[in-house]
Write a protein that binds this ligand. Structure first.
Ligand SMILES: [Ca+2]
Ligand SMILES: [Ca+2]
Ligand SMILES: [Ca+2]
Length: 231
């Protein structure tokens, strides 16, 4: 085999490994990471074709947040958040006052999940009507785990983030986060999957492991060759 065909093979194998890794993410799954929402901003229509209360806008998913849901940026990133190790840096969602209901007008099915860090036990409810009405489709129970086995990044008390999720039948239109006001942070809120972040954690197959181990090796060889040329 020539050097050129070896390098082409490496590219093909690396591409195949990437495809295999991405195959576990369902295209119908939506993950809200809250990155771009302002510190202490009302999320409002950030994900609904409009803006948060500070004028920031995100992807239009048709998801409307009640005025009580706020973005919070980590103190270590210049915001006011007392948290660490959040699953997607550096912004999370929390509720400061009142009811905490999220409406998803297009509706979603299959499952609902998120990461949370909480100083209180609480429950989150999924309904098949808007504004927490209709039938209860799923209940997600939260434990008080915010300081368990962790430290800041470099600072932040709410440092333990746990994935929780539930599968359900039917179509959901709203979520009630009630009972978690000012005690719980949320991140990577996931619609359409019981696996937070939309990624099912699975052991790579033998073939995928082989492809992944071949790819970087081949690339480093190509890089060394390029470096020799430059030098
Ligand atoms: Ca952080
Ligand atoms: Ca922090
Ligand atoms: Ca985030």
């Amino acid at each position: 085999m020539t050097k050129h065909s070896k390098s082409r093979l490496a590219r093909v194998l690396a591409g195949a490994a990437l495809t295999a890794a991405a195959a576990t993410v369902d295209a119908s799954v939506i993950v809200l990471d809250f990155e771009g929402v302002g510190n202490n901003a009302n999320i409002n229509d950030f994900y609904n074709g409009g803006t948060d209360s500070l004028g920031n806008s995100g992807v239009d998913y048709g998801i409307q947040f009640g005025s009580n849901s706020l973005g919070l940026v980590d103190q270590d990133a210049g915001g006011g958040g007392n948290f660490a190790n959040e699953p997607s840096s550096d912004t999370v969602m929390f509720f400061l006052t009142g009811t905490a209901v999220l409406n998803y007008t297009p509706g979603f099915d299959t499952g609902f999940s998120f990461f949370y860090s909480s100083s209180t036990t609480a429950s989150v409810f999924v309904y098949d009507g808007l504004n927490a009405t209709g039938n209860l489709l799923a209940t997600l129970n939260l434990s008080a785990q915010h300081t368990d086995n962790c430290s800041g990044d470099p600072t932040g008390t709410f440092c333990n983030w746990t994935a929780v999720g539930a599968s359900f039948a039917g179509t959901a239109y709203s979520i009630d986060f009630g009972g978690t006001v000012d005690q719980t942070g949320y991140d990577d809120i996931t619609f359409g999957s019981a696996d937070a972040g939309g990624v099912k954690v699975a052991e790579p197959s033998g073939l995928a492991l082989l492809l992944m181990s071949l790819g970087p090796l081949a690339f480093s060889r190509a890089r060394r060759k390029a470096q020799r040329r430059v030098a």
